[in-house]
Design a protein around this ligand. Structure first.
Ligand SMILES: Cc1cc2nc3c(=O)[nH]c(=O)nc-3n(C[C@H](O)[C@H](O)[C@H](O)COP(=O)(O)OP(=O)(O)OC[C@H]3O[C@@H](n4cnc5c(N)ncnc54)[C@H](O)[C@@H]3O)c2cc1C
Length: 468
C-alpha cells in the first residue's frame, strides 16, 4: 500500500497517506481508483483522445453521499478537483493531471413527471438517455445535438440545441439544481432557494460546485418533429452559405438551421444544411422549403422523425470517444462575406476527413432574455462558429493542430472575440474567456469568491477568485 501525491489548490502537491485514502474508499459506494488499479486507464480517458492526463485519484461516485464524501476529502486535503459529467468537453475539462477527478458518469437516474411536465436527472446522464425517457411521453427540453454529450456540463454552460428558438437555451428551462459546494455542503439552488447561486449556475459552468442533479421544464415534442440534412457539393459552398445567412434571418422561433462543411465517408467534400422544425409538420414543410429548393442539392433527407432521433443526426463521427480532436470556436453576429470565404477556403484544405466546420444559429426565445437575467450573458442573435479538427493517429497531432491554429487565425478576425463557454479551447486567451461571460463576469466573480474561494474547481472556463 502506498501514499498518493496530488495537486493542491496552493499550486504544489500534497502527499496523502494510505490510511486517509483507505478511509475515503470505505466511505464511497463507487470505486476509488489510483494509477495501478483496474479500470483506472479507461476512467481517466475522455471524449477527446488528444487529452492525455493522469489524475492522482478518481472517485467514481454513485450518489450524493459519495459526492459529499469525495468533496470533503478534497477540501480537507486542499486538492484541486475536476468534475466530470459526460466527459465530452473538447478542451479536456473532464479530466486532470495530478489532481482529483470526481466522476458522476455512473449517476444515471432520470425521473419524468408527465403531468407536471418536469424531469429530474442526475449529473452523469447523457442527452440520449434523457431524451429517451422524455420522448416516451412525447416531451423534451432544449439539449445537445450529439446524443452522448453530458447533460451536466452542457446545461451549466448554457445549452444550445434543437428547441432553443421556441423554448430558449437549456438554462432557460432549468428549474433547480442540487449541488455540493467546495465546502462539502449540500444546497438546493432555485428561484426560491439560494437564488444567487441559481443565477450563476445558469451559464457560469462548473465553477461553483458539483451539481448532483438537475430539474427541467419539459415541452411537447411529438409525436414527430421535422429534421434532417440537405447536402450540396462543396463547389456550391459560398452560394449555400450566403443563402443560409439570409434564410436564418427569416426563421420563426419554431425553426432551427445549422450548417456544416464536411467530407462524406466516400471522400466527397460537402456542405450540409441541417434543418429542424418544432410545430405542425405541414407548417414546417412550408417554412423549410426554401432551404430545400435552393441550388441543386445532391441529397435531401429532411422528414418527420422523433425529437430524440433528431438529436442523433450529428452523432457520426462526433459521438465516438477517443478520436484525436482540436476544436476552436467563436461567435459571429453577421456571417460576413469575408468569414464565408475563409470558411470555404478552410474546408477545402481540411487535413483530415472527419474534420468539420459547424455553424449553429442562435435565435428566437434564446435571445429575448435580458443578458443579466441568467449568467449566460451573450444573448445576441448570432452564430456559434466552430472549426473541429478530428484525426485518428496521435503522431499526426502537430500537423493537424498547427493547421487548425493557422486557419482559425484567419477566421477569428471576422468573429466577435467571444465564444460559447462550452466550446472554449484550452489555449484560448484569458481575455476571450472573460469576454465570453459578457456583462455577468463581475457578478460571477463575486459568487465564485463566496462559493469556491480557494478555486478548488478550476479545470473549467475558470473565474479565478484571485482576479483583480
Ligand atoms: C461532439 C460534441 C457536440 C456538442 N454539441 C453541443 C450542443 O449541441 N449544444 C451545446 O450546448 N453544447 C454542445 N457541446 C459542448 C458541450 O456542452 C460541452 O462539451 C460540455 O462541457 C459537455 O458536458 P459534459 O458533462 O459531457 O462535460 P465534461 O467533460 O464531463 O465536463 C466538462 C466540465 O463541465 C463541468 N461539469 C460537468 N459535470 C458537472 C457537474 N455535475 N457539476 C458541475 N460541473 C460539471 C465541469 O466544469 C467540467 O470541467 C458539444 C460537445 C461535443 C464534444
Amino acid at each position: 500500500m502506498t501514499s498518493v501525491t496530488a495537486a493542491t489548490v496552493a499550486g504544489g502537491t500534497a502527499t496523502i497517506d494510505e490510511p486517509a485514502v483507505a478511509d475515503l474508499r470505505g466511505k464511497l459506494q463507487g470505486p476509488l481508483l489510483r494509477a495501478d488499479d483496474d479500470g483506472y486507464e479507461a476512467a481517466r480517458r475522455v471524449w477527446n483522445g488528444n487529452i492525455d492526463r493522469h489524475p492522482a485519484l478518481i472517485a467514481r461516485c454513485t450518489g450524493v453521499a459519495d459526492l459529499m464524501a469525495a468533496v470533503r476529502f478534497a477540501r480537507d486535503n486542499s486538492l484541486v478537483v475536476v468534475i466530470r459529467g459526460g466527459a465530452h468537453n473538447a478542451a479536456g475539462n473532464g479530466t486532470i493531471q495530478g489532481g482529483m477527478l470526481i466522476d458522476l458518469s455512473l449517476m444515471k437516474g432520470i425521473q419524468v413527471d408527465p403531468v407536471q411536465r418536469i424531469a429530474r436527472a442526475q449529473g452523469g446522464v447523457a442527452w440520449k438517455e434523457f431524451d429517451r425517457e422524455a420522448q416516451a411521453f412525447d416531451l423534451g427540453t432544449t439539449g445537445g445535438t450529439v446524443s452522448n454529450t453530458g447533460l451536466a456540463g452542457l446545461t451549466l454552460g448554457g445549452g444550445v440545441g434543437w428547441l432553443m428558438g421556441k423554448h430558449g437555451l437549456t438554462v432557460d428551462n432549468l428549474l433547480s439544481v442540487d449541488l455540493v459546494t467546495a465546502g462539502g455542503e449540500f444546497l438546493k439552488a432555485s428561484e426560491e432557494h439560494n437564488p444567487d447561486l441559481f443565477w450563476g449556475l445558469r451559464g457560469g459552468g462548473g465553477n461553483f460546485g458539483v451539481a448532483t442533479s438537475f430539474e427541467y421544464r419539459l415541452h411537447p415534442v411529438g409525436p414527430a418533429v421535422l429534421g434532417g440534412m440537405v447536402l450540396h457539393p462543396m463547389a456550391a459552398a459560398r452560394d449555400v452559405l450566403r443563402f443560409y445567412r439570409e434564410f436564418c434571418g427569416k426563421l420563426p422561433d419554431e425553426a432551427e438551421a445549422l450548417v456544416a462543411l464536411i467530407t462524406a465517408p466516400d471522400g466527397t467534400p460537402l456542405i450540409a444544411l441541417i434543418l429542424g422544425y418544432n410545430g405542425p409538420i405541414d407548417e414546417g414543410e412550408r417554412v423549410l422549403a426554401p432551404a430545400r429548393q435552393c441550388g441543386s442539392p445532391v441529397h435531401d433527407a429532411v422528414g418527420p422523425l422523433l425529437h430524440a432521433v433528431r438529436n442523433t443526426l450529428l452523432d457520426e463521427p462526433n459521438a465516438i470517444h477517443g478520436i484525436q480532436r482540436y476544436w476552436k470556436s467563436g461567435f459571429s453576429r453577421d456571417l460576413s462575406d469575408g468569414l464565408i470565404d475563409t470558411m470555404v477556403e478552410t474546408a477545402q484544405s481540411f487535413t483530415s476527413p472527419p474534420s468539420a466546420i459547424l455553424a449553429v444559429y442562435i435565435h428566437g426565445a434564446a435571445t429575448r432574455i435580458a443578458p443579466t437575467v441568467t449568467a449566460f450573458g451573450l444573448r445576441d442573435v448570432q452564430w456559434d462558429v466552430n472549426l473541429i479538427s478530428q484525426w485518428t493517429a496521435p503522431d499526426e497531432s502537430p500537423l493537424h493542430i498547427d493547421w487548425t491554429r493557422r486557419q482559425w487565425g484567419k477566421m477569428e478576425k471576422d468573429l466577435s472575440g467571444t465564444a460559447y463557454l462550452n466550446h472554449l479551447a484550452g489555449d484560448d486567451r484569458p481575455e476571450k474567456v472573460r469576454a465570453s461571460y459578457g456583462p455577468n463576469y463581475d457578478g460571477l466573480l463575486e459568487l465564485k469568491r463566496k462559493y469556491d474561494p480557494t478555486n478548488m474547481f478550476r479545470i473549467n472556463a475558470n473565474i479565478s477568485p484571485a482576479a483583480p
